[in-house]
Design a binder for this molecule. Structure first.
Ligand code: PLP
Length: 478
């Protein structure tokens, strides 16, 4: 039948619902000064919704993420994050708040932030806190600015921040940004700092030592108390990079082993997914004697009401707009409330057990630079395959072909052909075994058929990139 012969329907019911214009129609341009109106129409490309959805769904399938599989990226704590934390952060009462609402109308919100601060203080053994910093590195900068303000007030001209050779690159970067000079300290044969090495470099120019504990080799700095004593004896402070806190929850407290300032990476340890530049949060906790230096406002509770305190005597000022990354704070709060104290400790214990399980099973096929059991992460070396032309990079890329995200490679810098592996507590034994099998298979191939690894990855949307060219001839236009 010819469709054109069908009677035309008028849809009077639907039409009844279409509102009728009841004022005089005026063209939009009549509301603007002629000088404000474009001479030429803008050309918008137009894509139907269906095509846009197809496009973005296809793109999302090319991506790899923690919800898809294991992500053993050492130092970064890529753990699975429970979705209930997202649900809570998305509650309309929380996500629709205006940051400038008056204190008395956001008592519940202030309570969440205040209690989160109390939890983090208890976890770290510290005495005062700011939640404003929006990344670990931002927490570092906040801490270093506080250290600077502290010595400025004391009229002590201390310009140097000591940084171990295992440190993350953000530590020296933040130090320089805050106006300090940095000096590296070498770790000893056990992969940790030796108090004797500290004694050699410490003097009255040193403002602080930044230490990561457990360090990026996954080893606990067990001389930490002696290190703190040496620093304090010379009037310097101990800053702890808390990015590796996933190993210590409920087990040991930074405040107890002499730390003066510590930042947390809520997006690593406390349930916010990260990567791709998503929102982070790096609260900074300090000992009481530094509390008056914190950014304003801090959140206080007088037993009845929650209040913003803008009157800190030596505050370094504001370091973020409003309260920082509020949704991340809500997720961390939810996570801590769900796990409670015992659950937090179990998470750290399980993370450490998982990591030791992998280390034990990979010992045969890879070199272990430090003969110790590890904490929540460990470093292996791929040096033994160099003679057949295979490097850590080839191994990492081959893992991608097996559907597993690569570990961190070539970091820390002191281990040649380093591969830094952190499974976290959220991987099952099955997925740990899959990882072990994949790593063993690759080791075998590296010895028997190295050519087969050299051009990997082959099954990913993008193949092997020329990383040197990408670095030297950076082109971010697209
Ligand atoms: C991730 C990390 C940092 C930096 O934290 P961001 O939140 O990425 O700024 C600093 N130190 C260590 C050891 C880290 O793993």
């Amino acid at each position: 039948m010819d469709m054109r012969q069908l009677p035309e329907h008028k849809f009077s019911k639907i039409n009844n619902y279409t509102p009728v214009l009841d004022i005089k129609e005026k063209p939009v341009r009549s509301f603007f000064k002629p000088s404000r109106i474009r001479k030429k129409e803008m050309s918008f490309s137009s894509v139907p919704e269906r095509e846009a959805v197809k496009h973005f769904t296809k793109l999302s399938e090319k991506n790899y993420h923690i919800d898809k599989g294991m992500y053993p990226l050492g130092s970064c704590t890529m753990k699975y994050n429970t979705k209930v934390a997202e649900d809570i952060a998305n509650l309309r009462g929380l996500s629709n708040l205006h940051p400038q609402m008056p204190e008395k109308e956001i008592q519940g919100t202030l309570k969440i932030m205040f209690e989160l601060g109390e939890f983090l203080k208890e976890i770290s053994g510290m005495e005062a806190i700011t939640l404003q910093a929006e990344a670990g590195s931002h927490g570092e900068l906040t801490g270093l600015l506080i250290i600077k303000a502290y010595f400025d007030l004391k009229k002590e001209n201390r310009k140097i921040v000591l940084i171990p050779d295992t440190a993350h690159g953000t530590n020296p970067a933040s130090s320089i940004r805050a106006g300090f000079k940095t000096k590296e300290i070498k770790s000893n044969r056990d992969g940790i700092l030796d108090p004797a090495n500290l004694e050699k470099v410490i003097n009255d120019q040193v403002a602080a030592l930044m230490i990561t504990n457990p360090n990026t080799l996954g080893i606990f700095e067990y001389n930490i108390m002696e290190i703190a004593e040496i620093l304090h004896h010379h009037g310097a402070l101990l800053y702890m990079d808390g990015a590796n806190l996933n190993a210590l929850l409920g087990i040991s407290k930074a405040g107890d082993f002499g730390v003066d300032l510590i930042h947390f990476n809520l997006h690593k340890t406390f349930a916010t997914p990260h990567g791709g530049g998503g929102p982070g949060s790096g609260p900074l906790a300090v000992k009481k004697y530094l509390s008056e230096f914190l950014p304003v406002p801090t959140i206080e509770f007088d037993g009845k009401k929650y209040k913003l305190n803008w009157k800190l005597k030596h505050s370094i000022g504001k370091i973020s707009s409003f309260f920082g990354a509020f949704s991340v704070l809500v997720k961390a709060y939810t996570y801590i409330r769900i796990l409670s104290a015992d659950g937090l400790r179990t998470a750290s214990e399980q993370a450490t057990i998982n990591s030791n399980y992998l280390l034990t099973h990979l010992k045969e096929n890879y070199d272990i630079p430090y003969e110790k059991s590890c904490m929540h992460e460990f470093v292996i070396s791929a040096s033994r395959f160099k003679k057949s032309g295979i490097r850590a990079l080839d191994i990492a890329k081959s893992l991608l072909d097996m559907g597993i995200h690569a570990p961190t490679i070539y970091f820390p810098l002191i281990v040649p052909e380093a591969m830094m592996i952190e499974p976290t507590e959220t991987e099952s034994k099955e997925s740990l075994d899959d990882f072990i099998n994949a790593m063993r298979k690759i080791a075998k191939q590296a010895e028997e058929n190295p050519n087969s690894l050299q051009n990997s990855p082959r099954n990913t949307p993008v193949g092997r990139l020329d990383e040197v060219k990408a670095n030297r001839e950076l082109n971010v236009k697209w």
